[in-house]
Design a protein. Structure first.
Ligand code: ZN
Ligand code: ZN
Length: 251
């Protein structure tokens, strides 16, 4: 099993609170964000890739927020825009339909051309080397998680005691579990199930309590663990914490 993935997996499961796989994802993502605005700028091969791909909307946003290297961002953006323009605009120009008149008849080919250019734009907007690298790394991480669960008693204990595995990462872990032997999968999925069902139960009860607090008869009751139950539920449902932190909410 690859050691370079075992250390971050162990670290993520060593920390308390939230989904450990989200922590792994966030750390890996931050490393890639730093990489694409740091060392990769000087690597012609990587620049060739980012000139073509740019980044997906989510990662443009994260680069915009995280970046200390505004010059780096400017350089990447400049060559990406040039590349996009060089590919797109000749094709867009060629796709302008000619007007049907007396001499020239109607030609429905223009519809195909317009859709072709639209496809090209959408494909380029969505392509993102950070997403690609991240998906690749997550594949290795879930492989290591399943392996360590069966081979490392301390780790399987930590796995069982995680606060929760968010639902998107539960799905990811289940897909990996489907590649295990039946006996290995039995223990792993049992642990995942117990983790998952407890999370649902406690969130359902906390969110219910949250709603009951709006009843004037309960005004003086303590919030208990229900106060941030909405945000915790969002993190559980979506795995993405971007807009779900308690500071951005009024309650
Ligand atoms: Zn997660
Ligand atoms: Zn991306």
């Amino acid at each position: 099993m690859e050691k370079i993935y075992m250390i971050p997996v162990n670290d993520a499961y060593g920390e308390v609170g939230g989904c450990p796989v989200c922590r792994l994802r966030d750390k890996a993502e931050n490393n890639y964000l730093e990489y694409y605005l740091g060392p990769s700028l000087m690597e012609p091969d990587t620049r060739k890739i980012t000139n073509k791909t740019g980044f997906c909307p989510v990662h443009w946003g994260k680069l915009n927020k995280a970046v200390t290297n505004r010059l780096g961002l400017g350089l990447v953006m400049h060559t990406h825009l040039k590349d996009f323009n060089e590919e797109l605009n000749p094709k867009l120009k060629a796709a302008i339909p000619s007007k049907a008149g007396l001499l020239k008849g109607r030609n429905p080919d223009y519809k195909i051309k317009l859709n072709y250019v639209a496809d090209l734009i959408e494909k380029r907007i969505d392509s993102c080397p950070i997403c690609d690298n991240l998906n690749d790394a997550m594949g290795h991480y879930v492989e290591v998680i399943c392996w360590m669960f069966s081979h490392d008693k301390d780790f399987s204990e930590k796995f069982r005691n995680s606060e929760f595995h968010c639902l998107p990462h539960t799905a990811l872990l289940l897909r990996q579990a489907s590649k295990l032997t039946q006996n290995e999968a039995a223990d792993f999925v049992e642990a995942l199930y117990s983790n998952n069902s407890q999370t649902f139960e406690s969130l359902i009860s906390d969110v219910e309590y949250f709603t009951l607090k709006f009843d004037y008869r309960n005004t003086d009751k303590p919030w208990g663990t229900s106060k941030n139950s909405i945000q915790r539920s969002m993190r559980f449902l979506s795995s993405d914490g971007r807009d779900f932190d308690e500071q951005q909410s009024r309650k």
